[in-house]
Design a binder for this molecule. Sequence first.
Ligand code: PLP
Length: 286
Amino acid sequence: MSRVAYVNGRYVPRRSAMVHIEDRGYQFADGAYEVCEVFRGALIDEKRHFERLAYSLGELQIVPPLCTGGLAIVVREIMARNKIENGFVYVQVTRGVAPRDHVFPRPAVRPSLVVTARQVNPEKGELQARNGVSVITTPDLRWKRADIKSISLLPNVLARQLARESGAYEAWLVDSSDMITEGAASNAWIVSENDTIVTRHLDHSILRGITRTTLIEIIAAQGLKLVERKFSLDEALTAREAFITGATALIMPVVRINGKKIGQGIPGPITLKLRAIFHDIAARST
Ligand code: PLP
């Protein structure tokens, strides 16, 4: 089946979907994006993804190209035209097309909007979750506004490449005080003594993951203990369990960090339980 993309008001065959060379996304990575999971034909946590997109665009002073209702229609149309049952929708907004100049174009130009979707086989993720994945650590080289879901991802790209070359699934980023911030494309979590679940508190050094937000609600509903604070690599290495969260990984057990086994070196019971119930509780919209 040929895939369809939405580009600036038009549904076009994906193979011929183009943006202009002077799009500021291409020139300056001047834009923001969202990745929303599609599970059994439904969008997961759509409202939160749209809210975060609005936040990112607000911080970047980019006017949303469509109202939330309009974007919701485009996203559904892209899901339908690509027959997505399980997979992801990708939404990218840039400041638009203008002659190359660092300062914002004046008068403002129309922001660019691209929406695409991809089908995945959910079995692949389930298999990975049964075995657990490895992570490596690398210095966090990103800018000081990681709370904005910016399309400027070069440090994340390099970190993920390093992970791939090391045979790992994800790279955990380490700040200048040897504390873990988050993964290159996920939030980082550990389960410490007394089964306390720990993840870094929100500030400008991490992304407010939508999976993270929903999981925090699930943890509370399950009566589990959660502390939002910094944790070090040393603490992670001696944790009972570790895992990552993200729209693509969902809740993915981490069984090795830098080659060292976490706990027994198999997915932990708390992690697996949270993964098993995630889709029952996360908001679904069709
Ligand atoms: N942190 C970073 C740097 C990410 O890129 C992502 C997702 O892509 C996340 C965390 C997890 O966010 P979400 O749960 O909204 O997918």
